[in-house]
Each structure stands twice: as structure tokens, then as C-alpha cells.
Design a protein around this ligand. Structure first.
Ligand SMILES: NC(=O)c1ccc[n+]([C@@H]2O[C@H](COP(=O)([O-])OP(=O)(O)OC[C@H]3O[C@@H](n4cnc5c(N)ncnc54)[C@H](O)[C@@H]3O)[C@@H](O)[C@H]2O)c1
Length: 446
């Protein structure tokens, strides 16, 4: 049984996973090159917001979860190391292995100098399929001076979690995919997953290459689903009284489809889906295989951003009043500060070309947005201030605070609310508010 383990890369995913390991009884050593993150962990403080992270760190940080910048300690103090460092995109869309290789090199050097019999490395970062067999294992063998499945073994176990729901995603996943260099290492990784999870996910053990392909394929497939729902939403908008939710809810009940990631509304964004789509296309091209479906998802996604901008511009033209636009939600999804490829940020970029005043609210993400947009946008902390200052408000995420603010707003002048996820109850809006739900036919709108 594994009692202690280490995790290299205490980033958006790794830190959450480390706290989950600690919560589930593993004595966990986190390794990161960032001093600030290491200090925060050892003081039991969250370096950024992710639901549940602050609470878990307060409980376990500096106690059963400790952090260091020294990779050697991972080899000396534990026999299993998870590697979950960043794999940024290369210009051609493939994932760069440079941080994984740097981490593995440091670990392998420590292993070379150690007298222990065996160490298990579990790579968890998203990588181009083939990376573990062609790059990581040869590097580990060369630097450590040991042979695979003799002095060390390797697993590839990717993550399928979403930002804003990372801790829940690690503790209660639908599935765990385990690529193994040897059945014994696969068995050990499976036992760790079973102890980590509060539910009983479907666990699949397979070769490392299949696990790497599975990771890239799962995200590519979800983007197809999102894009299909977005196409249905656009169709419904053009048909009087049509309602995308009625359609996707009904057909999503079919197990062959399932309701998840099937709402229709905005483009997919964030740090994963857009670049995973590119990586899939690059992988297919490398092997001379067509990737039309995934390429189409990429095109549909781009179109969805243009579609939202057109919808908002047509509302601006329609409104007789001022031209101040409110944006409720800057991040790509609720409960995160991440604005990478966020539909709201792309919308703002487009609207700024039209000489509009923009007032935005998203306390978690506004620092990141300010760093990108500077003073072109005015930021407010309360959604009510955004509503009070704008003529048209676009609600881009399903944040409960935005819903409550819009539904509780006592409008004393005309206001248009564009609701991208149909999260707001139009019956609660005063008569001065024009309600424009994305994905509903004209006469279905209030
Ligand atoms: N963010 C997501 O939603 C998501 C979802 C699934 C999978 N992934 C994948 O998980 C991986 C990690 O993503 P993330 O968003 O947590 O990345 P991140 O950039 O937030 O964090 C990476 C961390 O690794 C650390 N690091 C880099 N080199 C190191 C080294 N040599 N030794 C120790 N630490 C080192 C960095 O300091 C940083 O703290 C990526 O491959 C990503 O594609 C991300």
C-alpha cells in the first residue's frame, strides 16, 4: 500500500491534486520551482482561488502536505512521484515537453545518486501521444543509469478535470485512465486512484500510448459535443419560439448522447479545450490522417464568438439610449480567474473596435483582464454597479451572484440583458428590462 507520495508541479491542477491526496490519507510531498507556491503550501494558504482549495490547504498544508523546491526529496522520501507540470503549446499546436523533461531530469539525477531499489513515476500532464515511450523513458534511463521496469517504472495517468471544479473532479471522477509500463506499476496506480476517489470511477488500464491517445481524444470529442449544441442554439435562435434547452435536455436524456457539456451558448475556452483541439489536429496531420470533425469544431467555435459579437452589436444598434456595455463574467467559466480564450474577453476585444464604453464585473478575474486590456475597460466589484452603469449587459458565465444581481435589479430605466446560458429567470425581471436569451427564437424571448 502506498502511504507516501510526491507530486511535482503545484499549479492549477497539481496543487489541487496534492491537497486531495492529503485529504485522502496520503502523506504528500509537493515539489515546485516557484518559491511563492511552496511557501503558501507550507503555511496552509491558497496561492489562488479554486473552490475548496483554501479549506483543504488550511487543514493539511504544512502538515500531511508539505512542499519543497528540492526534487531530490521526492526520491528520498517517497517511492511514487506524480508529474503534473505545464505542457505549453508549441507554435504548431503540439504540446511542449520541456517542463516535463526538466522535472524528470532532476528526479532521475536524484535516483541515480540513490540506493533505493525502485521508483514509480506517474506522468499526468497532457502530452503528445508517443512522448512517454520516445522521450521520457529514454531520458529517465539515460540520466538515472537504470532500466525501465527494473530500477524504475512509469505510468501515464491523465486528468479529466475542469477548472472551477478541480477538487470535486479529482475526488469524484467518472473515469481513471492508467497507462502502465508494467502490470505491477499499473496495479499500484490503480490502488492509489481507488484510495484517492470518494466514488468508484470506471478504471481502465492499458498501454502508455493508448492512455496518451485517450486523453487527447476525450477533450477533442467534448469539443464536438459543445459545438453541436452551439449549432443547435444558433438554429433555435432563427426559429420563432424554439428553445435550445428544450431540445438538448430532451435528447441529452438519451444515454448515447448524455446531458453534459451539451447546453448550447458560448464558445469553449480556457487552458485546455482550444489547445487540445489543435494538438489533435496536429497529431492527425503528423500521421497523415484527416481530422475534419475536430477541424469543424474549431471553425464552429470561432463562429460562435463572431455570432455573440453580432448579436450584441445588433442589440446596441437597436437600443435608443447610451452605448455603455456591461459584462458580467470575464473568465472562461465561473469560479476561476482564468481568462485564457474566454468568450467574454474575445467579445470585449471585438466591441472595443466599436468605440463603446465597457464596464465589467468579475472579481476573481478582473486583475488578469486588467493586465491584458489595461484601462480600456472599467472594472467594478459588484454586479449591481455593472447593471446600474450599463445600457446593455451580457451575462457570460453561470455565476450564481450574477444571476441573483440581475434578478434582484430594480431597473428604473431601460436595460437589455443578454443571457448567454439562459440562467436568469425572465419572470423576475422588471418590465424595463429587455431579456435576450442566447439560443431561443425571437418570440420565445421576453
Ligand atoms: N488546467 C486545466 O484545466 C487542465 C485540465 C486537464 C489537464 N491539464 C494539464 O495538466 C498539466 C498542468 O496544467 P496546469 O494548468 O496545472 O499548469 P500550471 O501552469 O498551472 O502549473 C504548472 C506548475 O508546474 C511548475 N513547474 C514547472 N516546471 C517545473 C519543474 N521542473 N519542477 C517542478 N515544478 C515545475 C510550475 O511552477 C507550475 O506551478 C498540463 O499538461 C495541462 O495541459 C490541465
Amino acid at each position: 500500500m502506498t502511504e507516501r507520495l510526491s507530486l511535482v508541479g503545484l499549479g492549477k491542477l497539481g496543487l489541487c491534486l496534492a491537497t486531495c491526496f492529503a485529504k485522502r490519507g496520503f502523506k504528500t510531498l509537493g515539489v515546485d520551482i516557484e518559491e511563492r507556491v511552496v511557501d503558501h503550501v507550507n503555511r496552509g494558504l491558497a496561492p489562488w482561488y479554486e473552490p475548496g482549495l483554501a479549506e483543504l490547504l488550511a487543514q493539511h498544508g504544512g502538515k500531511t502536505l508539505r512542499a519543497t523546491r528540492d526534487h531530490k526529496q521526492a526520491i528520498e522520501q517517497t517511492d511514487v512521484t506524480w508529474v503534473l507540470v505545464a505542457t505549453p503549446s508549441n507554435p504548431d499546436g503540439s504540446f511542449s515537453n520541456r517542463f516535463v523533461e526538466s522535472a524528470l531530469r532532476s528526479l532521475a539525477e536524484a535516483l541515480r545518486d540513490s540506493h533505493k531499489d525502485h521508483h514509480l513515476f506517474v506522468i499526468s500532464s497532457t502530452v503528445m501521444p508517443g512522448s512517454t515511450d520516445s522521450a521520457f523513458i529514454p531520458l529517465l534511463e539515460k540520466v538515472s543509469g537504470r532500466k525501465l521496469n527494473d530500477g524504475f517504472s512509469v505510468g501515464y495517468s491523465p486528468d479529466f478535470v475542469a477548472l472551477g471544479n478541480v477538487i470535486n473532479g479529482f475526488l469524484r471522477p467518472d473515469l481513471a485512465v492508467i497507462g502502465q509500463s508494467h502490470p505491477d506499476s499499473g496495479k499500484q496506480i490503480e490502488a492509489i486512484h481507488k484510495q484517492l476517489c470518494e466514488n468508484q470511477p470506471a478504471i481502465s488500464r492499458m498501454s502508455i500510448i493508448n492512455a496518451e491517445i485517450a486523453k487527447v481524444c476525450l477533450n477533442a470529442y467534448i469539443t464536438l459535443k459543445i459545438s453541436f449544441a452551439n449549432s443547435v442554439a444558433n438554429l433555435c435562435e432563427c426559429i420563432p419560439t424554439a428553445d435550445v434547452d428544450a431540445v438538448t435536455k430532451a435528447i441529452g436524456a438519451d444515454r448515447r448522447i448524455s446531458p453534459y457539456y451539451f447546453q448550447g451558448g458560448l464558445s469553449f475556452g480556457g487552458t485546455c479545450f482550444p489547445r487540445d483541439v489543435h494538438a489533435y489536429i496536429t497529431l492527425a496531420q503528423k500521421h497523415g490522417v484527416q481530422a475534419e470533425l475536430v477541424e469543424a469544431a474549431h471553425r464552429v467555435n470561432k463562429h460562435q464568438d463572431e455570432h455573440l459579437a453580432q448579436l450584441v452589436l445588433s442589440e446596441i444598434n437597436r437600443s435608443a439610449g447610451g452605448k455603455t456595455l456591461g459584462i458580467l463574467g470575464l473568465s472562461f467559466t465561473a469560479n476561476t480567474s482564468v481568462i485564457t480564450e474566454s468568450p467574454a474577453m474575445k467579445l470585449i476585444g471585438e466591441l472595443l473596435k466599436h468605440d463603446l464604453h465597457i464596464v465589467a464585473c468579475d472579481p476573481l478575474a478582473s486583475d488578469n483582464a486588467r493586465a491584458m486590456l489595461g484601462s480600456a475597460v472599467k472594472y467594478v466589484d459588484a454586479a449591481e454597479d455593472c447593471l446600474a452603469n450599463a445600457d446593455i449587459v451580457v451575462v457570460t458565465t453561470r455565476d450564481a451572484k450574477f444571476k441573483a444581481a440581475v434578478e434582484g435589479y430594480a431597473a428604473n430605466r431601460p436595460l437589455t440583458v443578454v443571457d448567454c446560458w439562459r440562467n436568469i429567470d425572465p419572470a423576475k425581471l422588471p418590465s424595463q428590462v429587455r431579456y435576450v436569451p442566447v439560443g431561443k427564437g425571437a418570440t420565445a424571448a421576453a
